[in-house]
Design a protein around this ligand. Structure first.
Ligand SMILES: Cc1ncc(C[n+]2csc(CCOP(=O)(O)OP(=O)(O)O)c2C)c(N)n1
Length: 544
C-alpha cells in the first residue's frame, strides 16, 4: 500500500472521519483514502475557509478537526485560518502535502515547518515509509492531548513509497488534572460576601456548567462568562451573561462590586475584564486553568489552581462541605434574592433604551427582531468587525454549543467557514452567521460552498458599505476615512449567484422571510445605519 493511503486510513482510524479541504495533486491520494475508509469530505473554495470549517466543527463537536491541502500555496492560503485555530487551542490536524526535500527548485517549495511554527501551530512530518503510521498517530495525539493545531507535512516522495499497513498504536487516554489542594481557595470562597464566578472556554470544554451552577448556589455567587463561554449559564436566574465590553450595565455593576472573582477556564484578558475596570482593585482573584501558562498571564491573580474546570469545581464543593458544618450560613447567604434575580432579568440589552436610527435599519432593532424570529435552538457564529457586539449582546443562545466566537486572531472573514463547519456538525439546528460586508466579501469563495452544501445557515450581513470598525475608530479624530468606504454591494444577488437564497432587508418587517424559511442557506443583506457606533466599540478602541 502507498504511504498516502496508509496515512489516510490511520487518520480515519484515529477519529479523523470528517475532513474539510481543497484538492490539489499533493493531497488527493490521502484524502481519497480517508473517504474510502468511510470518512466524509467537504470541499471548500479557499483553504482558509476549509480550516475555519474544521475549526468550527471541532469547537462544537469536541472532536478532531481535519483539513487537507495542497503543498506550498495550498498551505499559505490556509495560514490565516490556522492561526485562529492555533490561538484558540482547537484540536486540529491539517494534512499538508510537501515538496520532496531534494526538489530545491520546485515552484511549490517553501519552508513549511517554519511557516507553520511562526503562527503557533505544531509542525509534524511523515518522515519515512517505516515511520508513517507512528508519525500520523503522533500528530493526532498531539492535536487532541495538547489541544493544538498540528500540521502533518506529507512529502510527495514519501507519500508514494510502499509500505505494509499496520494498525496505529493505541492512543493514551488522559484524565483531567485536579489541583493538589483547593483549601486556600475554598477558604476565600467561604469568607466571600459578593463572589462572582466567570466561566470561559475551558469550562465549556470540560462541561463544567452544572458543577459551577452548584458552586454558585453553595457560595452565593453570581455567574458570568467570557465571550467564548457565552451560553454556559443560560437559564440561571443569577446569570449575568458575558463579562466584559458586551456586559449589560447591571452586569458591569455587579461584577465590579465582587469581593472575590473566580475564573474557570477563562483567560481574564482585557476583553473579559473591560481593560481591568470590571474587577475591583481589592477583589481577591482566583484563576483555575488546566494550562499553567494561562494562570496570571493577563492580570494579577491571587490564587492560581492548575486543574480542569469541572474537577476543580467539584473539589471546591467537597472541601467547602468539609469546612462549613451543615446549617451554618456563609457570609454571602441572602445575596441571591428574588429581587436581584428580577433586576437581572429586567436588565438585558434589549431592555436598554436607545435612539432609533431614522433613515436606515438600526442594527440593534434588527438584532432584537432577529432574536424574536429565530428558533430557540440556534447556533450563533460571529465574525469580527464593528457590528459584532450586536449578535453577542442581543441574540440569546441556548447553551455553550450555541455560540462560536472566532476572535483569537481578531481576523475579519473567518465566521462563514466556522458556520459551515458548525452546520455540518449540527445540520438540524439553525446556524446564524453574523458578518459584516467586509467580512463576507473576504470569505466570498465559500458562499459557493454554502450554496452547494445546502446547509441550514442564515447569513446576516450587517451591511454598512464600509470597514465600519475603521470608520468609527478614525473619523472622530478628524482623520479621513474614505479609503475604508465603498459603493453598495448587492449581497442578495451575490448569494443567488452562489446557489443560496438572497434577500435584501431594509426594515425589520422584511425579516418575516425568516419565518417562512424552511431549508437551504438564506443570506440577508441588511442595509444598516453606517453612522451608529456602539459604546462597547469606543471602549475597545482604547485597547488598540
Ligand atoms: C484579515 C483582516 N484584515 C483587516 C482587519 C482590520 N479590520 C478590523 S475590523 C475591519 C472592518 C471589517 O468590516 P466589516 O466586515 O464590513 O464589518 P464592520 O466593521 O463594517 O461592521 C477591518 C478591515 C482585520 N481585523 N482582519
Amino acid at each position: 500500500m502507498l504511504v498516502s493511503e496508509a496515512v489516510g486510513r490511520t487518520v480515519h482510524a484515529l477519529g479523523g472521519d470528517v475532513v474539510f479541504g481543497l484538492m490539489g495533486s499533493g493531497n488527493l491520494a490521502v484524502t481519497n483514502a480517508i473517504v474510502a475508509a468511510g470518512g466524509r469530505f467537504f470541499s471548500s473554495r479557499h483553504e482558509t475557509g476549509a480550516v475555519c470549517m474544521a475549526d468550527g466543527y471541532a469547537r462544537l463537536s469536541e472532536r478532531l478537526g481535519v483539513v487537507s491541502v495542497h503543498q506550498g500555496p495550498g498551505l499559505t492560503n490556509a495560514i490565516t485560518g490556522l492561526t485562529e485555530a492555533a490561538k484558540s487551542r482547537t484540536p486540529l490536524l491539517l494534512l499538508a502535502a510537501d515538496t520532496p526535500a531534494v526538489q530545491l527548485r520546485s515552484n511549490f517549495k517553501i519552508d513549511q515547518d517554519a511557516l507553520v511554527e511562526s503562527v503557533g501551530a505544531i509542525s509534524e512530518r511523515v518522515h519515512s515509509a517505516q515511520s508513517a503510521v507512528a508519525d500520523t498517530a503522533r500528530a493526532v495525539r498531539r492535536a487532541l492531548n495538547e489541544r493544538r493545531a498540528v500540521v502533518l507535512n506529507l512529502p510527495l516522495d514519501v507519500q508514494s513509497a510502499e509500505i505494509e499497513l499496520t494498525p496505529p498504536p493505541p492512543q493514551p487516554r488522559t484524565s483531567p488534572p485536579v489541583p493538589m489542594s483547593v483549601s486556600e481557595a475554598a477558604g476565600v470562597l467561604r469568607r466571600a460576601e459578593r463572589p462572582v464566578i466567570i466561566g470561559g472556554r475551558g469550562a465549556v470544554r470540560s462541561s463544567a456548567g452544572p458543577a459551577l451552577r452548584e458552586l454558585a448556589e453553595r457560595t452565593g455567587a453570581l455567574l458570568a462568562t467570557s465571550a467564548v463561554g457565552n451560553g454556559l449559564f443560560e437559564g440561571d436566574p443569577f446569570n449575568l451573561g458575558i463579562s466584559g465590553g458586551f456586559s449589560t450595565p447591571i452586569a458591569q455593576r455587579l461584577i465590579a462590586e465582587a469581593d472575590v472573582v473566580i475564573a474557570f477556564g477563562a483567560a481574564l484578558n482585557l476583553w473579559t475584564t473591560r481593560h481591568g475596570a470590571l474587577i475591583a482593585d481589592d477583589a481577591t482573584v482566583i484563576q483555575v486553568d488546566d494550562t499553567p501558562e494561562a494562570i496570571g498571564a493577563h492580570r494579577r491573580v491571587d490564587i492560581g489552581l492548575v486543574g480542569d474546570a469541572e474537577a476543580t469545581a467539584r473539589a471546591l464543593l467537597a472541601t467547602l462541605d468539609e469546612m462549613v458544618p451543615a446549617g451554618v450560613a456563609l457570609p454571602s447567604a441572602g445575596r441571591r434574592t428574588e429581587a436581584l434575580a428580577a433586576e437581572i432579568a429586567a436588565g438585558r440589552w434589549r431592555d436598554q433604551p436607545y435612539e432609533e436610527s431614522r433613515d436606515w435599519l438600526d442594527p440593534r432593532s434588527l438584532t432584537i427582531a432577529l432574536d424574536d424570529v429565530l428558533p430557540e435552538e440556534r447556533c450563533v457564529v460571529v465574525d469580527s468587525g464593528a457590528f459584532m457586539g450586536y449578535p453577542a449582546m442581543y441574540l440569546r443562545v441556548p447553551n455553550p454549543g450555541g455560540f462560536v466566537f472566532p476572535q483569537a486572531f481578531q481576523c475579519v472573514g473567518l465566521a462563514l467557514g466556522n458556520a459551515i463547519g458548525a452546520a455540518v456538525f449540527n445540520p438540524d439546528r439553525v446556524t446564524v452567521c453574523a458578518v459584516g460586508d467586509g467580512g463576507l466579501l473576504m470569505a466570498l469563495p465559500d458562499l459557493e460552498t454554502l450554496g452547494r452544501l445546502k446547509l441550514r445557515v442564515l447569513v446576516v450581513v450587517y451591511n454598512d458599505a464600509a470597514y465600519g470598525a475603521e470608520v468609527h475608530h478614525f473619523r472622530p479624530m478628524g482623520i479621513p476615512v474614505e479609503l475604508a468606504q465603498f459603493p453598495p454591494t448587492d449581497f442578495a444577488a451575490l448569494a443567488e449567484a452562489a446557489g443560496c437564497r438572497g434577500v435584501t432587508v431594509r426594515t425589520v418587517d422584511d425579516l418575516s422571510i425568516v419565518r417562512e424559511w424552511a431549508e437551504g442557506p438564506l443570506v440577508l443583506d441588511c442595509k444598516v445605519d453606517p453612522d451608529i457606533c456602539a459604546e462597547w466599540l469606543e471602549e475597545a478602541f482604547r485597547g488598540h
